[in-house]
Design a protein around this ligand. Structure first.
Ligand code: PHB
Length: 391
């Protein structure tokens, strides 16, 4: 080797070593339910998150270390695990959170400790409303965002008298309020409302019997996870679907559990920010990559994990390295992904995105989603959010 070549090689090695020393190790605290009624949602969000890091993180110059904790979808457990991740594990950023109740419980801790949180599910309206924080960026949806448009949609489609059903906790209450306000404003009437004990109701029979004789034209319901599987199956086996068509946010018949619901899921018209049948190139690539990795089609929960990882990687690529710089960069992420064009609203740090209304129909491999309408991008009102500036 000539002296010049040797010297060039030495410089190259020194540069590579310096780059390695600069490479960031980002510690991510992933807080999700891995047990209880929302366990499947936690697994699905994690699978999407890991795929997102693999897909977008390779050329970021950073390594991502994931520390996962089971929130059990319980506010006190979620709070204890958050404290552990922040104080003991010293994570740089947190991601996840499925339950609106857990998000409410951990809000003050992440805000006070100045740890950025990427919400990958929990729709709690207050977290991007009057309890908003510059440390909280929501990449999933808000409870009102998905339910408000359905109020008008139902009235426009001739449905004016409904009974509502939801689990009795923050998400159920907020979703039914947003739907109900829009439905009544459009001329609809809420005949009755059922709030069933969260994580405790297995038999919906007594509630369904009441709805049948209520004089309503339809039922509007939110359930998710194993509660959605039980509700949709019992609704069908009670012979309710013919008399009272079923509507709701699409967690009710998510791709994640239409397989378990089978034919009982057919004919339910719902709304979501993502279904695997959305026809765009980014979604086709995502569906192929996720299916190859997970062995099943992705649901909205998968895309929320995937986009949460993408937002994190974008923030790192823009130069963010620690809690404070990540918190500043995360709300600035925007991209054209599997659900279409999305961006974060700087007034609230909630995502702005199109909403898809769809019917669940029989497909060659089981129930599938037929998109009936793409509604315009939904932007939440600020709902009392006064966004603090980062210092
Ligand atoms: C929530 O608690 O915010 C929540 C949980 C499950 C869903 C949607 C919202 O599918």
């Amino acid at each position: 080797m000539s002296r010049i070549v040797k010297r060039a090689a030495a410089i190259a090695i020194a540069a590579a070593t310096a780059a390695q020393a600069q490479a960031e190790d980002i510690k991510v605290g992933l807080l999700l339910p891995f047990s209880g009624v929302y366990a499947a949602l936690g697994e699905e969000i994690e699978a999407g998150f890991r795929l997102g890091l693999d897909s977008f993180g390779a050329d970021s110059g950073a390594t991502f270390e994931i520390l996962r904790e089971d929130s059990e979808a319980s506010p006190p457990v979620g709070l204890a695990k958050t404290r552990k991740l922040i104080m003991q594990d010293r994570v740089d950023v947190m991601a996840g959170v499925v339950s609106s109740g857990v998000l409410a419980a951990i809000r003050d801790v992440v805000d006070g400790a100045k740890v950025p949180l990427i919400v990958a599910n929990a729709g709690n309206d207050e977290a991007t409303g009057k309890a908003c924080s510059p440390y909280i960026t929501r990449i999933s949806f808000s409870n009102a965002q998905l339910n408000r448009p359905m109020g008008k949609y139902l009235v426009d489609h001739g449905v004016t008298k409904v009974v509502t059903f939801a689990p009795d906790y923050a998400a159920g209450q907020q979703m039914m309020k947003a739907f109900g306000d829009a439905f009544v404003a459009a001329g609809g009437e809420i005949v009755a409302q059922e709030f069933t004990p969260f994580q405790k109701t297995q038999d919906f029979g007594p509630y369904l019997a009441k709805a049948k004789t209520s004089g309503a034209q339809a039922v509007y319901a939110f359930y998710a996870g194993s509660e959605a599987i039980a509700f949709v199956k019992q609704y069908d086996s009670f012979g309710m679907k013919e008399a009272l068509p079923l509507y709701g946010p699409g967690f009710l018949n998510s791709q994640l559990y239409v397989g378990a619901q089978g034919a009982a899921a057919q004919g339910i018209v719902t709304a979501l920010h993502y279904v695997p049948t959305i026809d765009n190139a980014a979604n086709k690539a995502f569906v192929a990559a996720f299916t190859a990795q997970a062995g099943h089609l992705p649901s909205e929960y998968a895309v929320q994990g995937y986009d949460a990882a993408r937002a994190l990687v974008e923030a790192v690529k823009s130069g963010a390295t620690d809690r404070e710089s990540l918190a500043a960069a995360l709300p600035r992420t925007s991209f054209d992904g599997p659900r279409g064009k999305t961006a974060i609203d700087p007034a609230t740090n909630n995502i702005m995105q199109p909403i898809y209304v769809y019917d669940t129909v029989a497909g060659p491999d089981g129930p599938t989603q037929k998109v009936l309408a793409q509604l315009p991008v939904e932007v939440d009102p600020v709902n009392g959010c006064e966004m603090a500036t980062l210092n």
